[in-house]
Structures are given as structure tokens and as C-alpha cells.
Ligand binder design. Sequence first.
Ligand code: C5P
Length: 418
Amino acid sequence: MLLAGRHILLGVTGSIAAYKAAMLVRLLVKAGAEVRVVMTEAARDFITPLTLATLCKHPVLVDNFDPTNGAWNSHVSLGEWADHYLIAPATANTLAKMASGMADNLLLCSYLSARCPVSVAPAMDLDMYRHAATRHNLEILHNHYGVNIIEPRDGELASGLVGKGRMAEPEEIVDYLTRAFAGEKEGALAGRRILVTAGATVEPIDPVRFVSNYSTGKMGYALAEALADRGAEVTLVTGQATARLAGRYPNLTTVRALSAAEMYEACERLFPAMDGAVFCAAVADYTPARPMGEKYKHDPAQPFLLELKPTVDIAAAMGRIKRTDGAGRQVTIGFALETAPTGAEGQGMAYAREKLEKKNLDAIVLNSLSDVGAGFGTDTNKVAILDREAAIELPLKSKREVAEDIADYMTRKFAQLC
Ligand code: C5P
């Protein structure tokens, strides 16, 4: 799930292990990554661009320009596009050129232009791998240029010799990339104080009866954990919830607030010291106007009329006191649960956009009860994240994965403030 939506630029060089690039692309695409491939002339002798282009659904680039029409293949835009540049297999020749800053093909130009982390998975015969020149080049790449080396494995080599030089298996490389992205997230929100509201509020009618809703708190709890995993100081203000936190977090504090009024009080007190908030709770819009101190004695002969009064809209109230300027600017995200489908620019989107404005939010997460697998109590959710610039429609995912996406969004928002 950490690879979902990531831009991976795969560089393929001329080694027999190039045939494994097909499996690598397939696994990356399956993990949700967007993959583009650039290869050297020599790599074409081992695997065709057509194979890789079919698997990644983008043309594979080899030359600096298209010889048929002169169109420029920009290494700069490839380097900018990539979240990670993986060169697999990386031959001794390409490693040597990278170490000395040569730029005589598109793959190398892209390396010199890349602003993202770069990893190489060397593949060569054992003597080439242990030659002092190759050792030296790998050392320069790793120690001086910060390139990650995915160590080759011991085993049978194409030459028939046995030793170190086999490219790591595609599954191992994908695991490696996943860990690299996980490490990048670690601490991404360190020092940020974030409030999360979750669960259902409970509005008392009398000491034994109440008005509430079906929210279980799963989404909000998953979100609190995803934010805490990134190092944020999280305060989880929770109403009634059957969800439980999966882990123990020294940086996550839970505050119980059962009714809408209690939740408002807690948020009003806590919000000013926060850097951001996610309003995930299903807060009752109305509460009994005159809750009874004693248990109501029912009379089967009489109808029971319950007068309800509106509650405070917590998200909107925080939106009014939110700091919107400078480095102390607060980032707030709300949720909109609609019965119209989330898809396309439908009514659900229009309602959500209205709430975005009314509650002065940075973004709103739209979900719909009409989408299969979304809504109360399920372990999955299908959402769209809307802000003033764009709407990101996400496929059906686990609530924890949706929480990761929202935490990613929040991380990007904070990064823009710096
Ligand atoms: O207007 P609506 O209830 O659909 O808005 C949902 C969003 O507003 C959610 O983020 C919810 O947590 C928040 N909300 C709130 N206080 C209320 C009602 C909704 O914070 N009283």
C-alpha cells in the first residue's frame, strides 16, 4: 500500500537479468505504483521495449529523442516526475558511468537530473562484481552520491559460474522499495500537533435512553494511528466507538467526549494549540432540548414527542477561529457522508464542496453509503479527497489504507507551509 500512487522510474541496462524487469514492472504496477521505463540500447538486446511498455502502459524511452520525428524525450521531466529512480539491472558499465558523471544516454541523463532517491540493483558476473574498479564505483555512488545499493545475491550466474552477482529477485526489490517509502514517512509529521475527532456522539434523552448514529469510529481511529505513526502528537477526541487502537502510542492521547456539547467543549479547549485537525466524528446535528433527569415513565396510551435542538457544528466553529496565515497556519480536514455516490462530479461532490467552504476546511473527504464497502462499521471505505484545486477519487481500500492516504495528504499540506 506504500507504493500506491508512487511514481517509479525504472532504468533497465544490458544484462541478462533484464528479463526480470518484466516481472518487476508487473509487481510494481500491481502494488499500485505508476511506472515509466527508460532503457539503454544494450538492454534492448535482452528484452523488448514493447514487453515493458505493455506492462507499464506507457511508451518505453531509449533515445534522447524520437528518431522518427525528432520529438525530445526530456530527461529533466522524467527526473522531476519520479518519486524514486530504480536502476535494475544495473551493469558494471552503467555503474561506472554513473560514478563518473557520464551522460551519454537517456538513462544516465535521467540519473543526473533526478531529484528523488536513486537505487541500483547490480547484476554481473562474480569477477566483474568483485573487481576493485566496480567496488570503487559502488563506494562512490553510495558514500558520495547517496545512491542505495540493492546487493546482488549469491547463486548460479549466466556464465555458469557460481558466486555473488545475481540481481536481487523482483519480489526482494519491491520489498526494498516499500521499506524505503516507509522510512520516508517515518517522522514526516514529527512535532505537529493534530486533533482527530472520531466515533458517534450520544445525546441523552433521559439517564437510560439516547439519540445516536451507527458510527463505529473505525475510520477516525485508523487515522489517529496513521498520523501517530508519522510522529505527530495526536489528540483523539472520541465519542462512542467500538473501534480500538491497534497499537500503543506514547504520542497519542485519548479524550472521551460523549455528547456533541462535550465534544465541542473539548475541541474548543484543544484546537488553538493544534497545528491541524481532522473532524471525523459523526456528531449529532440535534440533541434533546430538555434531557430528563429521571427515567421517563412511558405511557402506552400517549405518543411520545421529543423536541430536539441543533448542536454546535464543531468543524464550522473551529473553522471560524482557525489561524489561516503564516507559519502557524492550521490545516483542517472534514468528512462528508452522503447517500449520493462519490463518483464523478455528482451531487455528493457538490454537497461536499459546500461543506468545504461553510466549515472553512482545507480539504474534505467524501464518502457515500451507496458505494459498496463504504460507510459505517465496514473495514473498507471508498472516498474522494476534495480541496479547492482538485478531487482525488480513490478506489475501495481498507480504512487503514484510506487513513494513510489522508495522512499523506496532510503531510503534503504541512510541507507546503514550510
Ligand atoms: O454537515 P455535516 O454534518 O455533513 O458535516 C460533516 C463534517 O462536519 C464532519 O467532518 C463532522 O465531523 C463535522 N461536524 C462537526 N460538528 C457537527 C456536525 C458535523 O464537527 N455538529
